[in-house]
Design a protein around this ligand. Structure first.
Ligand SMILES: [Zn+2]
Ligand SMILES: [Zn+2]
Length: 409
């Protein structure tokens, strides 16, 4: 948001004027919000094209599964149409607490929970809110909760693609993305397409689609019975080019846990849904932490002399260091380095220090190979004398032919 590092947001500088606060109060509010959001590593919104697909159940499941992995998790329920999370977590009678500045979330296991339901005495209250009021309450809920440091904040959004989910996403600023919940029926699938387009318009990445109520877990034998056809969610995700996270069956353990007032979380480990969510959370985490370009980079070193791959690792003139993109099998950059003066054991240490992860050589002594292996550098010996570029390309393409290690002395 800021124009430069020194911008205090109090002046009009063109590039950040749109976000400039108009008063000291607004400025404090903005600082407060940024501080709150900065302490949350990942913000994930849970969306659905329409109500009744079990969006809130999925939000709770995601939070509980992530919490079971030892992460610090917050669960924010801003579904003003039917906040159902308090009931699921047996927080029906929870009284909202505040330290005078921020609201204190309820604690269930290691999950911090805040629900708009804590504000409502009866479900009827939801309908009397008018548009601007709803937006205000949503904003307050996102900004004025004392979450502390979190690894994940799971946000149960109002359903649909209207103003309410829009204000949630806008207030969150820079959410990692959305998980879109659907059921296998065709009608639900039509709605979920709308949700995906909604995310595209907001430039909010779709982290994946979950097909909920995909079959039913038999309470007698635990087998999953397909009541409706399943698989529609996956097909739709493929068609729309978004990740599919998995199918979750309707699980009576989950339903009864909510109904008899037992906090759902304590029965969780037994449920079939829990198992489904284990793999969903794994996939989600992979999608959340795309490797940065820096991590994808790989350095390959080749000993050279006279511009060709040198057969004697310990006696070469120079090293050609190639920065490559192993995903796209291409060379990004080439540097030539002069090795330090010859000293036993020094070259492997030096190349490792340069960040090299692969060495392609003609011949290499046993000692050097051992040193590379100790520092996790991969060594290929027996490459033939050729131009370094063509050797690297052959290696990347998996067509490098190697013979004997010519200087095993
Ligand atoms: Zn059965
Ligand atoms: Zn040699």
């Amino acid at each position: 948001m800021s124009c430069n590092e020194n911008c205090d947001g109090k002046h009009e500088c063109g590039s950040c004027a749109a976000n400039s606060p108009q008063s000291v109060d607004e400025f404090m509010e903005m600082m407060n919000r940024e501080e709150t959001l900065r302490r949350i590593k990942h913000k994930i919104v849970v969306l659905s094209g329409k109500g009744g697909v079990g969006k809130s159940t999925v939000a709770v499941n995601l939070a509980v599964s992530l919490g079971l992995n030892g992460s610090r998790v917050g669960l924010l329920d801003v579904d003003i149409h039917g906040p159902s999370i308090p009931k699921m977590l047996n927080l029906d009678n929870h009284v909202l607490e505040s330290d005078g500045v921020k609201m204190t979330p309820a604690q269930v296991g290691n999950i911090k929970v805040m629900s708009i339901g804590f504000l409502l005495k009866s479900e009827d209250n939801a309908v009397i809110w008018r548009g601007p009021m709803k937006a205000g309450v949503i904003k307050q809920f996102v900004e004025e909760v004392d979450w502390g440091d979190l690894d994940y904040l799971i946000v149960d959004c109002p359903p649909g693609t209207g103003d309410e989910p829009l204000s949630v996403i806008q207030t969150l600023q820079g959410a990692d993305g959305a998980v879109v919940v659907t059921t296998p029926q065709d009608l639900a699938l039509a709605d979920v397409r709308k949700s995906i387009r909604f995310c595209e318009q907001l430039e909010l990445p779709v982290l994946g689609v979950i097909e909920n109520m995909s079959g039913f877990v038999c309470p007698h034998c635990g087998e999953v019975v397909n009541v409706f056809k399943s698989g529609g969610g996956e097909q739709m995700a493929i068609e729309m080019g978004v990740p599919f996270l998995g199918r979750v069956p309707l699980d009576p353990i989950v339903v009864s846990a909510g109904d008899d007032g037992t906090p759902y979380i304590y029965k969780y480990g037994d449920s079939t849904a829990a198992k489904a969510f284990e793999s969903i959370v794994d996939t989600l985490n992979e999608n959340l932490t795309p490797k940065s370009k820096e991590e994808q980079k790989m350095l390959i070193a080749l000993p050279t002399s006279d511009g060709q791959l040198c057969m004697h690792f310990g006696h070469c003139e120079k090293f050609a260091i190639f920065e490559v993109d192993p995903d796209e099998n291409r060379i990004i950059a080439k540097t030539i380095l002069i090795p330090p003066p010859h000293e036993p054991g020094l070259l492997p240490k030096w190349l490792h220090g340069e960040g090299v992860s692969v060495v392609i050589a003609g011949g290499m002594g046993q000692h050097a190979q051992e040193l590379f292996s100790q520092s996790g550098v991969k060594v290929i010996t027996g490459a033939q004398p050729a131009e370094p570029e063509s050797v690297v390309m052959a290696y990347l393409n998996g067509t490098l032919e190697t013979g004997e290690n010519v200087c095993d002395h």
